[in-house]
Write a protein that binds this ligand. Structure first.
Ligand SMILES: [Zn+2]
Length: 393
């Protein structure tokens, strides 16, 4: 028999308005929140996960089947945060108030609220922590909040990225705490220092001390129009930087050396307007030759790229000069003591560094091969799932 006053209260049940406010607010927290650990696109707010879990884990005091022991213990536990309730309806109201209040991120680590929440959950489960199982836990909001409420938790996911986030957030961080952050910083700094030593030769600095931070490449195909044969860099956009005070783009001019195919030369310049920047050479898998205007259809673009094994690598001749394949469009550098990025055309020294890098990689792969291919391949070679399965490439 449900008391009349409880029936009336059924209309308010879950404190959805309060929880919604806290869940919305959580999105703007940028420091110290698990959402800053790793971007996960379907991350559930912790506020609503915590509130819903509590709602599921606690019985309703107005339910005729609600154990008397829970009501007694819950009333006792709630004393720490609220006037003791004097009836089942008041206890229900107090529990719902607590669920709403505790969904506030500012109270998520408050020791009083944590103790009350965990003791309520224990009271509802004969002092045994309940098991919460989330087989598709994604960003991990539900298992994390279940741990916060003192539950035992199983969490998993089909997606390996999700599994890694879950492992770090639910196991490593709670187990090792701030020490883990310290270790991470220390090891990261060590790796950075070692990598800088090993790789310095492959990322040579400019004579003025500027350090390259990015190399912008383009795949290339050959124009198949009669009497042309120009190499077309496949470029979607010739813009390099659209920032108001640092507008940079590439423009091209065609050089026609006697007895050779036309050559597309590039130049970095400061465009005044959008129309100063040439259109890209590739749209919808079709390539347009900037020397003669001929269009290479998608199937020919694909065939030429397949012949270059995808076209992402530059091919050198035996003396180390670029022969074909990918072409450097521009190099992005940082100059010591100056803000902002600089853009320059590639030089022979940049290609020479790429040549050294290719040789270096070939040596690493050769050593791995001669060592009987022990362990992981130095270049990731796991097969990718076909497109359209999980879509993680
Ligand atoms: Zn052409």
């Amino acid at each position: 028999m449900i008391p009349k006053e409880c029936k009336r209260l059924a209309e308010v049940d879950f404190p959805i308005a309060t929880v919604s406010i806290h869940a919305a607010r959580e999105k703007s927290i940028r420091h110290g929140h698990p959402s800053t650990l790793h971007l996960w696109w379907a991350r559930r707010p912790l506020a609503s996960s915590r509130a819903v879990l509590m709602g599921l884990l606690l019985p309703d005091p107005c339910d005729p089947l609600c154990p008397e022991a829970f009501k007694r213990q819950a009333a006792e536990v709630l004393k720490d945060v609220r006037q003791p309730p004097t009836s089942d309806a008041e206890l229900r109201k107090a529990l719902l108030w607590f669920i709403g209040s505790f969904s506030n991120w500012d109270l998520a680590a408050n020791s009083t609220y944590l103790r009350v929440a965990r003791n309520l959950v224990l009271a509802a489960h004969s002092d045994e922590p309940p098991l919460v199982v989330d087989p598709f836990a994604g960003g991990g909001s539900i298992p994390l909040e279940a741990l916060r409420l003192g539950c035992e938790v199983f969490a998993s996911d089909l997606n390996p990225v999700a599994c890694l986030i879950l492992k770090v957030m639910l196991e490593d961080i709670p187990r090792h705490g701030p020490e883990l952050a310290e270790d991470l910083r220390r090891v990261g700094a060590e790796i950075k220092q070692q990598a800088e030593q090993v790789l310095a030769d492959l990322y040579p600095k400019d004579p003025d001390g500027a350090a390259p931070i990015a190399y912008l490449w383009a795949r290339t195909v050959r124009c198949e129009a009669p009497n042309c044969g120009a190499e077309i860099p496949l470029v979607r956009s010739f813009w390099l930087c659209k920032k108001a005070k640092r507008k940079r783009a590439l423009r091209h001019r065609v050089e026609r050396p006697a007895g050779e195919p036309p050559h597309v030369a590039l130049e970095v310049f400061e465009p005044r307007a959008e129309q100063d920047v040439p259109l890209g050479t590739v749209t919808r898998a079709k390539a347009t030759c900037v020397a003669c205007g001929a269009v290479l259809p998608p199937e020919r673009v694909r065939a030429q790229l397949a012949a270059q094994r995808g076209g992402a690598d530059v091919q050198f001749d035996p003396s180390g000069n670029r022969a074909t394949g990918a072409r450097l469009l521009a190099v992005v550098t940082l100059r010591p003591g100056q803000n902002g990025r600089h853009y320059r055309l590639p030089t022979d020294s940049d290609y020479a560094a790429v040549y050294r890098a290719q040789a270096c990689l070939a040596k690493i792969l050769d050593e791995w091969g001669r060592g009987g291919r022990q362990g992981l391949c130095p270049v990731p070679d796991e097969p990718l799932p076909p497109i359209g399965t999980l879509g993680f490439r």
